[in-house]
Design a protein around this ligand. Structure first.
Ligand SMILES: Nc1ncnc2c1ncn2[C@@H]1O[C@H](COP(=O)(O)OP(=O)(O)OP(=O)(O)O)[C@@H](O)[C@H]1O
Length: 249
């Protein structure tokens, strides 16, 4: 059964239909990618899935329950956690306390929340930084902290919004096994990602959004060879130019 299911989601901002009748599903324990050109509606779709925005039409179900009208904190309590593209840690707090904020969702006591925060820090490779102020972290460190804060809520589903953006190739290589290990212990993941190396390496299945609409879905290699997807990224006629071997595609 699907852990997360979105059916016919749309969201209008004034005259702009940012998400247009989009559907997708994430199976229990699956790792699914959501790709698409800039402005395609990916982050808006994430906000509809996680409850930060209400859809104009459509339905979201999580573990069989209709959560379309539920607030983000109620979805988090069910086991849905989301990271944000623009990372905003509590700059004046330590890494440990930043992660513990997520842990308080299920653990009222400070000692228990701190213990969980430390375990999560180890999982994402932040253990040596536990006492550091969040503001002192590098971009790569902040991305790991964002991941850790979401993981500390002990989710069944993680929605990752470009956790690899802004990282250099070696930082990307270092974090891919971390994401794979999270999935390996049964956490389902839906990830928005522009870094195709990561999508190819990690995802079982990929959905492609363009102009608010789902234009393709399937295994990563098939999707990336799909002429509709190539055109969405590179413009009209690109697929034909590439097929003809044109060097100027
Ligand atoms: N709150 C808002 N009010 C009005 N328009 C919005 C709002 N949020 C997003 N949009 C518009 O909706 C469209 C989709 O934006 P969105 O951020 O979801 O795309 P995206 O695929 O995540 O892009 P990127 O890859 O660049 O992050 C864009 O045209 C954007 O300008």
């Amino acid at each position: 059964m699907s852990l997360l299911k979105a059916e016919g989601l749309s969201r209008r901002f004034g005259g702009l239909l940012a998400v247009d009748n989009a559907s997708l599903s994430v199976p229990e324990g699956g790792l699914v990618g959501l790709i698409g050109p800039n402005g395609a509606g990916k982050t808006t779709l994430f906000s509809l899935l996680s409850g930060f925005l209400a859809p104009s039409t459509g339905r979201v179900t999580f573990d069989g329950a209709d959560v379309t009208a539920e607030a983000p904190h109620r979805r988090a309590a069910r086991g849905m956690a989301r990271t944000f593209q623009i990372v905003q840690p509590f700059a004046g707090l330590s890494v440990r306390d930043n992660i513990a904020v997520g842990a308080y969702l299920r653990h009222a006591g400070r000692a228990e929340a701190t213990r969980l925060a430390e375990a999560v820090a180890t999982e994402v490779g932040l253990a040596p930084m536990l006492n550091a102020q969040a503001s002192s972290l590098t971009v790569a460190g902040r991305k790991r902290l964002e991941l850790a804060r979401a993981l500390a809520t002990e989710p069944r589903l993680l929605l990752l919004d470009e956790v690899l953006a802004g990282l250099n190739p070696s930082e990307v290589r270092d974090i891919i096994p971390v994401i794979r290990a999270i999935r390996g212990r049964g956490v389902a993941i839906l990830m928005i990602e522009h870094v195709m190396q990561a999508v190819m390496n990690l995802c079982d299945h990929v959905h492609v959004l363009s102009g608010g609409r789902m234009i393709a879905a399937g295994p990563p290699r098939e999707v990336c060879a799909d002429p509709m997807v190539i055109e969405a990224y590179l413009g009209h006629g690109a697929a034909a130019r590439i097929a003809a071997g044109g060097a100027h595609a």
